[in-house]
Design a binder for this molecule. Sequence first.
Ligand SMILES: NC(=O)c1ccc[n+]([C@@H]2O[C@H](COP(=O)([O-])OP(=O)(O)OC[C@H]3O[C@@H](n4cnc5c(N)ncnc54)[C@H](OP(=O)(O)O)[C@@H]3O)[C@@H](O)[C@H]2O)c1
Length: 328
Amino acid sequence: MSPIAATLQGHSGSLPVHNGNHERVGETLAILGCGVMGTAILLGVLSAQASHPKTDGADLLPNRFRACVRRSESADSIRSKLPPQALESTVALHTNDNAAAVRGADMIILACQPHLFKPILEEPGMAAALQGKPVMSVLAGVTSEEIESHLQSSAHDGAFSVIRVMPNIASAVQASSTVLEARPPQHPQPLPAHFIATAHAIFSCVGTVFTTQPDTFSICTTLNGSTPAFFAMVVDGLVDGAVALGLSRQEATQMAAATMRGTAELIMSGKATHDLRYEVACPGGATMQGLRTLEEARTRAVWMDAMRASTSEQSGLSGGLKVQRKTA
Ligand SMILES: NC(=O)c1ccc[n+]([C@@H]2O[C@H](COP(=O)([O-])OP(=O)(O)OC[C@H]3O[C@@H](n4cnc5c(N)ncnc54)[C@H](OP(=O)(O)O)[C@@H]3O)[C@@H](O)[C@H]2O)c1
């Protein structure tokens, strides 16, 4: 059986289908580390709620948000991206004020850089504030058990529930492919069902949700989290090629992206990739010459290597080896 066990939401950009009667976790979500990914999720949830306020399942979603950052420039950057009405009534910005933000929240998305989660969770009062609340971690390369045991060692006792989730940057336009980790039935610490339902509800707002087992999570991290950068590189190369031949960059970008979206829709509707390739490339035709050029460059082998390189790299991500990326 495929490791991807279930899709709860087949369409991007709308509120989730309600999956059973689940108790509501609460109304306030704190995003601990609201940078590129956290802001993409925040914008996606806000715009899904604005466009489909009463859809079935909306009752599990937060309607108040606390966005936590370290630097005032980062708070300004979030402020500049939010609709003014959200800042007035819905979203509070917290700068260097994590424990207070988490104390006032009912659910948490942990979205700092992977190597920074330990100092954040060790802040005074943090473990106590997180206890009993669903923590949805989007950290690449950090397991939920690693976060739970770090919290347990900081708190000395208490139960922590960390749900591992991997969305992508397209959350901002409600077109993420997101994977949630499903704990196997024999897991010593099962997650409460209403916590899982809450995570499904939030991430269904920002795209399509899949679930996978812990042993395949890192592959899905690359496939969901990293490949937008890979696909952007494909578009970049095609656009440069078109520009070199005389098309304007703007037209080439729009056409390449629209073609990529159409191709994705065909594949998602069930068309096999090899059928698609050979339906486009007729015998002796021009497309076949382009495909031959790609094969000569070992393009498929290169993508396979890129999947492997990104997936292997994740194991070092929580160990403090990464240089912190500057955020604008
Ligand atoms: N970017 C993606 O496409 C993507 C996709 C999937 C998963 N992820 C995961 O998402 C996480 C965040 O990635 P990102 O690209 O969003 O990184 P990012 O833009 O650098 O965001 C990290 C955020 O964490 C904040 N932060 C750091 N230390 C903090 C502290 N002590 N207290 C409060 N906030 C703090 C930063 O605030 P300051 O700016 O003020 O320092 C920044 O807003 C990573 O774990 C990554 O693996 C990212």
